[in-house]
Write a protein that binds this ligand. Structure first.
Ligand code: GDP
Ligand code: MN
Length: 355
């Protein structure tokens, strides 16, 4: 699972890795000093798309928070805005630690040209440093310092590499990507942005993992950023059939989402959260034919989502199979409409939303 920036940075902080001071804010949080505001969306490239704003005054701050909340980035609207102390940037570097699947080894990858243009770098310009079982961090720090042309930082880079490896292992990460790693005008190294991927299969040993972006056993694919009906189904076949049925009715489907066999209340709720970030979605079709999945769990998630997610679009629900009678009774008790078939869900969505 991919963490949001503020979640990733909290993990780095716990590992004693230097990051700017930051807090999650909304319109009601008071302005106290100049900050950089950063849209917390589960995608990169925010800098180029207006998702990063430096604000100096209170008036700018209020406008910028509102603008960021309204700004959709690659189809995502943020649920949170991160406000961080400003850093005086001298240079920006790229540094990541990941599992190289080809060599089955952990690797540190660096590039002396980091920042928003990192993708313009030649593939060959990235330096790969394999990390063996007893790494020599002094030498790794030296190599990175040479690459960055920062001889005086070799010690700090050795320390950073060592802490990053520990952080990577202890948190069952498969990727920690720092871009940019900033050299400040005060000659310190700070993590200005971080993308972190954790191995969901290891969640059993991390009872503390509570992230916004928790995706459990689900498969989510964006199909059309301007799609108006989102779909949720269980099983890849049914999920595809649901997308096809929506499209066959002449409506653009926003996504494919298979919530998997053992979907539970938390994973279904996480799916709603993901879908609710798509600004073009006007309704959600939920088509469950339950075997292992329990319809009553899905129904509970639907009822919880209605209470918890303010911007939840209208739902068109069909629940059949295991525990469906109980599920439909729960929905009726909560005054949530459900349909007998997928066809009637889609027909109702088209009628109500004038599609
Ligand atoms: P991304 O575009 O989604 O990867 O977002 P980043 O967090 O990497 O920010 C993009 C760019 O914004 C960075 O490369 C910096 O140039 C700039 N930036 C980020 N934080 C700060 C900051 O505290 N101060 C200043 N001046 N620029 C920042
Ligand atoms: Mn970045």
């Amino acid at each position: 699972m991919n963490l949001l920036e503020y979640e990733a940075k909290q993990i780095l902080r716990n590992c004693d890795i230097p990051t700017p001071e930051g807090v999650v804010v909304d319109e009601t949080t008071e302005f106290s000093h100049p900050v950089v505001l950063k849209s917390q969306v589960p995608t990169g490239g925010r800098g180029k798309l207006g998702g990063i704003k430096v604000v100096q005054t209170e008036a700018d701050y209020i406008d910028a928070v509102q603008a960021l909340k309204d700004l959709s980035i690659k189809g995502f609207k943020p649920t949170n805005i991160l406000a961080e102390e400003l850093i005086d940037i001298d240079r920006e570097y790229y540094l990541s630690i990941l599992v190289n699947r080809d060599t089955s080894q952990i690797e540190i990858v660096v590039n002396k040209n980091g920042g928003v243009e990192v993708e313009d770098n030649d593939t060959d310009s990235f330096v790969h440093l394999p990390i063996d079982t007893s790494p020599d961090f002094d030498s790794i720090g030296q190599t990175i310092a040479d690459e960055f042309e920062l001889p005086s930082q070799s010690f700090a880079l050795a320390d950073l590499s060592e802490k990053l490896l520990r952080c990577f292992r202890e948190n069952d990460a498969s990727l920690i990507e720092i871009n940019p790693l900033v050299l400040t005008k005060q000659a310190t190294l700070v993590v200005a942005d971080c993308k972190m991927t954790l191995d969901t299969s290891a969640s059993f040993r991390h009872p503390d993992w509570k992230f916004e972006t928790v995706e459990q056993n689900t498969n989510f694919v964006t199909l059309d950023e301007h799609g108006v009906l989102a779909t949720i189904a269980n099983g890849a076949g049914l999920a595809m059939a649901t997308v096809d049925a929506v499209e066959a009715s002449g409506v653009r489907a926003a996504n494919f989402l298979d919530i998997g066999g053992g979907a539970n209340e938390a994973s279904v709720l996480a799916s709603f959260e993901t879908i609710s970030r798509y600004p073009s979605v006007r309704g959600i079709v939920i088509n469950i034919f339950a075997g292992i999945t329990r319809c009553d769990e899905v129904a509970r998630a639907i009822i919880a989502a209605k209470k918890q997610i303010a911007q939840l679009p209208p739902l068109y629900i069909r629940l059949a199979g295991t525990h469906s009678e109980e599920a439909n009774a729960l929905l009726e008790a909560a005054n949530v409409h459900h349909s007998e078939s997928l066809e009637s869900c889609i027909a109702l969505a088209k009628k109500e939303l004038s599609l």
